[in-house]
Design a protein around this ligand. Structure first.
Ligand SMILES: [Zn+2]
Ligand SMILES: [Zn+2]
Length: 200
């Protein structure tokens, strides 16, 4: 199972950065999670990373904020066969593709879904902004099995003890307390940005 960070506030050389998040999950099928804030930058990064937009079978939008759905229109112009799963597509955990589940919509005012991807040695939870609270997303995700890793925007998550036992912790995008998390879980922490690849 492979996850490529396509879009983030920070980027490796040769890629565009922008406020937002997007990553490609390669399980049995290719799934794009979120689309960043700009279609132009999203497509640019996909091309630079040698990811063919046409090869993506589904796009999952975590929540309806511009920095997550901003590139969707442009992406669908290149691939109008991809299934699109909006934040309210599911109300409880549902399998989207083999080994890839949505947590279903969580949260109050801002409804947000996260992905739970089977990585063999445990599940990897992938979040957009984590507005419903990362601790709540983790709790819902545990219904699907043990969590190996958590990756994505952690927003203002500060209940750091909830990450105990998780082997891969990779916050990016809107994470407010990245330095505190790194200090507490230095040997589990992984710095990621656009261009980072995680293979499990
Ligand atoms: Zn947001
Ligand atoms: Zn965001």
């Amino acid at each position: 199972m492979k996850i490529t960070i396509v879009y983030d506030n920070e980027a490796n050389a040769g890629l565009k950065s922008g406020w937002g998040f997007s990553c490609l999950i390669e399980a049995k099928e290719k799934i794009l999670f979120d689309t960043g804030d700009s279609g132009e930058n999203l497509i640019y990064n996909l091309r630079q990373l040698n990811i063919q937009p046409e090869s993506v079978v589904a796009v999952v939008i975590s929540h309806n904020h511009w920095d997550h759905n901003g590139g969707l229109k442009e992406f669908l112009r290149l691939n109008n066969n991809a299934k699109v799963f909006h934040p309210m597509s599911f109300l409880k955990p549902t399998e989207i593709s083999k080994g890839v589940h949505s947590t279903g919509a969580l949260g109050g005012l801002i409804k947000e879904q996260s992905l739970v991807v089977n990585a063999g040695k445990g599940n990897v939870v992938i979040t957009g902004c984590a507005h419903p609270g990362l601790e709540n997303i983790i709790e819902r995700s545990r219904e699907l099995g043990a969590i190996y890793g958590v990756l994505g925007g952690f927003h203002s998550f500060s209940k750091f003890e909830k990450l105990k036992g998780i082997k891969l912790i990779a916050p990016c995008h809107c994470t407010e307390y990245s330095q505190e998390i790194r200090a507490m879980y230095s040997n589990k922490f992984r710095e990621i940005k656009a261009g980072s690849i995680i293979e499990i």
